[in-house]
Design a protein around this ligand. Structure first.
Ligand SMILES: Cc1ncc(COP(=O)(O)O)c(C=O)c1O
Length: 383
């Protein structure tokens, strides 16, 4: 590729910028702890995974064999037999959520989607795109869906076949909706198992809960119908991507045979990224379950360290069980901008990810928050 000296310089400058900021992130759940350099050579090829990786495709340059391994891995992780599941490598958590909602809407076309106020902003957009009826549910102080409010609204709406969008780790506080209790309460109000759909948005925690000793219910064995995880969050990837897994019999309802590609179309995107499939494959092949457990234990203990340091300074920081997200009162703009923290209302959070090998970056942020604390809102009333 011929680039002018100016353009070459522009790229070189950007390269320096990226090197400098590679490990900047402590406010968003993006791991920078990856090395896919052995895959660079595949950038020579236009890999395209359009269609269903279970079937041969007319487009020869695909990485379907690797996608099959990735989906087998995640089916096992989420406790569903791979023969009973179908999923694919997505462009990210949002696409996986849309896929789950799309299947649900096809199963129950006249139903309402119930989701909590702490749900990721993209779900309101998905509901619009799919033209679904939706109903917003209150949350508890720690960010879980308020199941009393959920059941009250389902009854008020005289909903026969609700679609429940459960957070398995909310964006702001890592809160995990209690899907056991949701199912018990649905049964109590006369809704049978075959008459609701339960999608799990496990963007970050989908790669945490399988590796902790006491996970909250999150899997197909616990009653979910589909699950979406981001690949660029806990796993880590230079390209945003994700994994979605659903029940195969449900996916078959949305599948259409397309003669143009001689394949089944059952994904949100047509052309799909074959390189990110290789990355997800390399990520799962290069780490054993015990490696993931260690990495996640490390992130959880860093999060606990942050909570304790902040609390020792009377800053009411907290985190949910099995969460690497530490919530604390929103600091001044200087601090949240300097450390690129995510803020929402009067809250901010930090997220401990595998690239935080030690407490150095965390301590810099905590020191700044402590220094800043005189400007914090009413700490004593803050949950
Ligand atoms: C809970 C939750 N769901 C969905 C998403 C969207 O995921 P993605 O950015 O991979 O599309 C996020 C992103 O932060 C999230 O936190």
């Amino acid at each position: 590729m011929n680039l002018s000296a100016t353009h070459q310089e522009q790229l070189n400058n950007f390269w320096q910028y990226c090197l400098e900021h590679q490990y900047f992130n402590i406010g968003y759940p993006e791991s920078a702890d990856f090395d896919y350099s052995h895959l660079f050579k595949f950038l020579k090829f236009s890999l395209n995974n359009c269609g269903d990786w279970r079937e041969p495709s007319n487009y020869a340059l695909n990485s379907f064999d690797f996608e099959r391994d990735v989906l087998n891995y995640f089916s096992e992780l989420f406790h569903i037999d791979s023969e009973d599941s179908w999923g694919y490598v997505t462009n990210g958590g949002t696409e996986g959520n849309m896929f789950g909602c799309y299947i649900a809407r096809e199963l129950f076309p006249n139903s309402t989607l119930y989701y909590s106020k702490e749900t990721h902003y993209s779900v309101a957009k998905i509901v619009k795109l799919l033209r679904m009826k939706s109903c917003l549910i209150e949350t508890t102080a720690t960010g879980e869906i308020d199941i009393d409010d959920l059941t009250t609204k389902i009854k008020l709406n005289q909903e026969k076949q609700p679609i429940i969008f459960a957070n398995i780790g909310t964006t702001m506080s890592g809160a995990i909706d209690n899907i056991d209790e949701i199912q018990i309460r649905l049964k109590q109000i006369g809704i049978d198992r075959n008459d609701f759909y339960l999608h799990a948005d496990a963007a970050l925690s989908g790669m945490i809960l399988p590796f902790v000793s006491s996970p909250q219910p999150f899997s197909f064995a616990d009653g979910i119908d589909s699950i979406s995880v981001s690949g660029h969050k806990m796993i880590g990837s230079p390209i945003p991507c994700g994994i979605v897994v659903a029940r195969r019999k449900d996916v078959e309802r949305i599948s259409v045979d397309i003669d143009y590609i001689s394949a089944k179309d059952q994904t949100i995107s047509g052309s799909r990224n074959g390189h990110s499939v290789l990355m997800m494959w390399a990520a799962i092949q290069s780490k054993s379950a015990s490696d993931w457990r260690h990495s996640i234990e490390h992130c959880l203990s860093l999060a606990q360290y942050a909570v304790e340091r902040l609390q020792a300074e009377n800053i009411p920081a907290w985190r949910n069980p099995n969460s690497v997200t530490v919530v604390f009162p929103r600091p001044s703009e200087n601090v949240w901008r300097k450390f690129h923290l995510a803020i929402s209302g009067n809250k901010a959070h930090l997220i401990t990810m595998p690239h935080n090998k030690d407490t150095k970056k965390l301590d810099q942020l905590i020191d700044a928050i402590i220094l800043d604390q005189t400007t914090l809102p009413q700490c004593s009333t803050y949950v």
